[in-house]
Design a protein around this ligand. Structure first.
Ligand SMILES: *Cc1c(COP(=O)(O)O)cnc(C)c1O
Length: 360
């Protein structure tokens, strides 16, 4: 069976070594030494000044929205994972969808201004599949209209833009360290900001608002993560260069085999150092996609329709017209991409795809 992804698992002994320390200290969660160490190492690796390690990428989005005190309407992308939209709704705001660009698959900055109303408080955009948004243009629009910017950078571990971590963009950037992500801590996530005051506010929010055992500083939630999760993160981080390099090699092998196929590829933003977090291909029609998927499944290969359906069709949001997102979302398939995927398996996958396309 070839799934769309398999989490990277480091050598078991290395994990067990860190568990010994947890048993010795008897300190399991609540900002323990391994959580601290992971935060320090992540800051060093990513070359960012501030970050907070959290329970998951969804609580990261919710804390970001809360910390910026967002109200009313939030302009967002319909082409992302459901958590991008559900977090907005969960925090009592209204998502307003702006269509995506057909090359980058990210929110189209030229369509943002016409969606701004007197109720708009922010833009929440996803760097889809790790491809940076048009961050400079979005920044200019936000400044002009006094809007806050949050980036859902869940796919962006290792992505850089103009030589710096993409996590530096936006008032707050969020990410996920879920097991299916390129860098993971089993469950986990983080928020990034360049603003020390905002960081402090989010640090209180992460821990119920505790400012000491008997004092509270504002309303908080449980956004913490544990020593066990941090331990996994520390070991996965040791292997990160190898993980990134192997995804690049595998993506290039797919490129090589599929270059004559009639499929469209996402176009990576110039100036980006890309992390090869996913391998999406867009077919000419949904019918062809379905046929490809069916044929792959017959051979026990399970790609995923990321992201389908387009989020503007969720039952709890207002109808809006985003034809490009609707179209791409109905024709896009993410091919298997993970550390232990073999060249032989990739050849098999590509042969199936090419054969299906030939007999379309
Ligand atoms: C994975 C993901 C999330 C949610 O992260 P969790 O850690 O699973 O809560 C949010 N947004 C996007 C774009 C994602 O891919």
């Amino acid at each position: 069976m070839i799934p769309v992804t398999k989490p990277f698992l480091p050598p078991k002994e290395e994990y067990i070594e860190l568990l010994e320390g947890i048993w010795e200290r008897n300190w399991l969660t609540n900002n323990g030494p391994l959580v601290n160490e992971l935060e320090i190492q992540l800051k060093k690796y990513l070359k960012v000044q501030h970050l907070l390690y959290l329970g998951n990428g969804t609580i990261a989005l919710q804390i970001a929205i809360k910390a910026l005190d967002l109200k009313g309407e939030i302009i967002t992308t319909p082409f992302s994972y459901v958590a991008t939209t559900s977090s907005i709704v969960w925090e009592g705001c209204k998502p307003v969808f702006v269509d995506i660009d057909q090359d980058s698959f990210n929110i189209d900055p030229s369509k943002i201004e016409s969606a701004i109303t007197s109720k708009t408080s922010a833009i929440l955009a996803t760097h889809c599949f790790g491809n940076p948004c048009a961050v400079e243009e979005i920044d200019l629009i936000a400044k002009k209209h006094s809007l806050k910017v949050i980036y859902d950078a869940a796919h962006c571990f290792g992505t850089q833009y103009k030589g710096e971590s993409i996590f530096k963009w936006g008032d707050i950037s969020t990410t996920s360290f879920h097991a299916t992500k390129l860098f993971h801590t089993i469950e986990g996530g983080a928020v990034f900001t360049q603003d020390a005051t905002l960081l402090k506010k989010m640090a209180y929010m992460r821990n119920f608002g505790h400012a000491g055992p008997e004092k509270f500083n504002g309303v908080g939630i449980n956004g913490k993560n544990s020593e066990f999760h941090a331990a996994m993160g520390l070991i996965v981080l040791k292997n990160i260069e190898q993980i990134l390099a192997s995804r690049k090699t595998k993506s290039e092998l797919y490129d090589h085999y599929l270059n004559k196929a009639s499929v469209l590829k996402q176009i990576i933003q110039p100036g980006a150092f890309y992390n090869y977090s996913y391998y999406p291909v867009v077919f000419e029609s949904e019918k062809i996609l379905e046929r490809v998927k069916e044929n792959l499944e017959k051979s026990e290969v399970f790609p995923r329709r990321y992201f389908y359906p387009s989020l503007n069709s969720l039952s709890y949001v207002d109808m809006s017209e985003t034809p490009i997102s609707d179209s791409i979302s109905s024709r896009i398939l993410c091919l298997p991409l993970y550390h232990t995927l073999s060249e032989y398996e990739q050849t098999l996958i590509c042969r199936k795809i090419l054969r299906t396309l030939r007999y379309k």
